[in-house]
Design a protein around this ligand. Structure first.
Ligand SMILES: [Zn+2]
Length: 304
């Protein structure tokens, strides 16, 4: 149900709720089609349908009527004044689609990082043996303007659709360390889970995932790796992560050394949907803080 009285007040359209032609449960406004100065267009407050007594124009679409009445930002108005949760959900879905389209357009303006000397220097500096191959293989990119100085990782859903991106700063002075533009789901998957994968490894950051994927892709191709991109895992993000965790027979969780065992266990408990599923902690080797800070050889030894 739309709260018509408040909505009409907001868009500055005068209304009557009583008078010669106005029945109970109806509001009358000036008809935008016949534009007679008196209020001949009735809106049924409860059902939402509307009809002009003079020109007989009628309908049920609130956006259509609002447009005729000269309202702007109609989606936003309906989100605010519509108390129907189903319609609110569809407005949220429309908003999400719009965001995803915007992110996809932005992503296309980023250039492949293998052509960016700063990105290659940054990855070489972090001990990646083949920065060019890595950028190409995992579709890493860099941007210009306010997007410059970061290595951008695509964030995708399990079907491969782009949901946004997250950028790791390559310059010490740039804050925050990761800048994310994405809808609710913020997992980074260097590779989508496929039939060759039998084991999922969850790590914290995109660089951790990149390190593991770079080693695993040649030597342990049964391993699919995903970065959690932050430990606040709720709502749709949790749903997505659960689906991923349970799409493969085995699931391992390896959080940074700085994360307490308690937090790791909490995450494992959150991911567990069935008691027979084993989701295990897979601790880092002694002395390592995170996979991103290990060498390829150390990661290979750890995975074996
Ligand atoms: Zn009319």
């Amino acid at each position: 149900m739309i709260r018509w009285r408040e909505l009409l007040d907001r868009i500055d359209v005068g209304w009557l709720d009583r008078g010669r032609n106005v029945q109970r449960g109806w509001l009358a406004v000036r008809c935008p089609w016949c534009d007679d100065p008196s209020a001949h267009l009735g809106i049924n407050e409860e059902e939402g349908h509307w009809r002009c007594l003079r020109c007989n124009k009628s309908g049920r679409s609130a956006p259509f009527l609002l447009h005729a009445l000269g309202a702007r930002d109609i989606d936003k108005l309906l989100r605010e004044f519509d108390t129907d949760p189903h319609r609110r959900v569809s407005a949220v879905a429309a908003d999400r689609t719009e965001k995803i389209e915007r992110y996809a357009q932005r992503w296309e303006t980023f250039k492949p990082a293998q052509f960016d000397p700063e990105a290659l220097r940054y990855l070489a500096g972090r001990g990646f043996p083949d920065p060019e191959g890595l950028c190409e293989r995992f579709d890493l990119r860099t941007g210009t303007g306010k997007w410059a100085g970061r290595l951008w990782f695509p964030l995708r859903d399990l079907g491969g659709g782009l949901l946004g991106f997250t950028g790791r700063t390559m310059r010490d002075y740039l804050e925050p360390r990761y800048w994310t533009q994405a809808t609710e789901v913020g997992l980074y998957l260097p590779e989508l889970p496929g039939p060759e994968h039998s084991r999922l490894l969850l790590v914290e950051g995109p660089v951790d995932a990149l390190r593991v994927a770079g080693v695993a892709i040649d030597r342990y191709n049964e391993l699919c790796v995903a970065a959690l991109c932050g430990l606040a895992i709720r709502g749709l993000r949790l749903v997505q992560l659960k689906a991923l965790a349970h799409s493969l027979p085995d699931c391992l969780v390896s959080l940074d050394a700085s994360v307490s065992r308690l937090n790791a266990n909490k995450l494992i408990a959150d991911l567990k949907v069935a008691p027979w599923r084993t989701i295990r902690r897979f601790p880092l080797p002694a002395g390592a803080d995170d996979p991103g800070g290990m060498t390829d050889d150390e990661v290979a030894r750890w995975l074996s």
